[in-house]
Design a protein. Sequence first.
Lengths: 113, 113
Amino acid sequence: MSECLFCRIIAGDIPADKIYEDEEVLAFKDIAPKAPLHVLVVPKKHIASLEDLEEGDAPLLGRLQVVLRDIAREQGVAASGYRIILNCGKDAGQVVFHIHYHLLGGSPGLNLD
Amino acid sequence: MSECLFCRIIAGDIPADKIYEDEEVLAFKDIAPKAPLHVLVVPKKHIASLEDLEEGDAPLLGRLQVVLRDIAREQGVAASGYRIILNCGKDAGQVVFHIHYHLLGGSPGLNLD
């Protein structure tokens, strides 16, 4: 069994409030939301951080940007606005080492900490 | 002449502290830095926001993630960590309507406002 929390969510071993899923991508609500809408969008492929990208991963990250846009629309924050945050490493407060884009929306002042 | 500030920087009409440039991407220092390292990474193609993506733009956004990673390394914040932020629309405080990823690093607590 994977020791990565998000890989376990992807595998279905740990429950999550999933709002989008396809072959390459999973999106689910953050369990400690910092905004009215706080979704995490992750690649199903385990990539620990941007520092661990492999050759050929770039198009997948490009697709994630489109999924983030689509989720913002579907969740009703496209018109009001939203912020996307990717934390890499200690100074950014990255806790789970599986790339996850935070999607924050639903109010002004969208910060993680 | 374009009315877009970042298009004018790309065209060379307005000076900027450029730190990386290739055929598709330009990176330059934010004039009002919110962290010891605060760089803006933009596509040279004018895309107002994620809401204005066209079919086929996704790979370009994927490439931007790799450029962000490379700049973080080159600027010496890869080991300490960095945060990437993309603002879309009013609630996120997007001011210039030309997609720009903020790269923040060099200290803990990396927020825009």
